[in-house]
Unconditional design. Structure first.
Length: 158
């Protein structure tokens, strides 16, 4: 699978470098805050942060007709653990055919204000397969399973 990246004018390629996997076994590649000034997030506040890139996946012949891919935008574990910074709709989805700038809705779940500085690594992108299914209307769904309609904590905590 090939991923093409277009760097927009507000992405500081000279200082931030190209998007790449940091380590050979990494699942995700980092995305940066391509802002013109720092963004202050108070506790409980969220903001849409541009990344300065357009991403385009290209399907290869290894996929069947019913399978394609998406890019999931996920929080960075260090930001979450150290400052309580996450993504509102995690994981965010960059659909296969989307060709606009990737933006990330960061939220401060921490107890202190957090400043997003231009060039900060704010999220990671992970390419995942997506299977297309045939959506069929049914008058009656068979509910005789081990789980039935149990959900929302029905299995307990231990």
């Amino acid at each position: 699978m090939r991923l093409d990246i277009e760097y927009l004018p507000h992405y500081d390629l000279n200082n931030w470098g190209e998007i790449a996997y940091k380590h050979p076994d990494d699942s995700g590649f980092d995305l940066r805050a391509a802002t013109d000034k720092p963004v202050l997030l108070a506790p409980g506040e969220y903001a849409l942060i541009p990344t300065g890139v357009i991403l385009a996946l290209h399907k290869e012949t290894v996929f069947e007709e019913s399978c394609h891919a998406e890019i999931q935008i996920r929080p960075r574990s260090g930001l979450a653990a150290k400052a309580g910074i996450s993504i509102v709709n995690t994981p965010g989805t960059v659909d296969f055919g989307y060709r606009g700038e990737v933006k990330v809705t960061l939220i401060n779940l921490g107890k202190t204000p957090f400043t997003v500085t231009p060039g900060d690594r704010i999220a990671q992108g992970v390419v995942t397969p997506v299977f297309r299914v045939n959506i069929c209307r049914s008058a009656l769904i068979d509910k005789a399973t081990n789980r039935h309609a149990g959900g929302f904590g029905s299995t307990g905590t231990r």
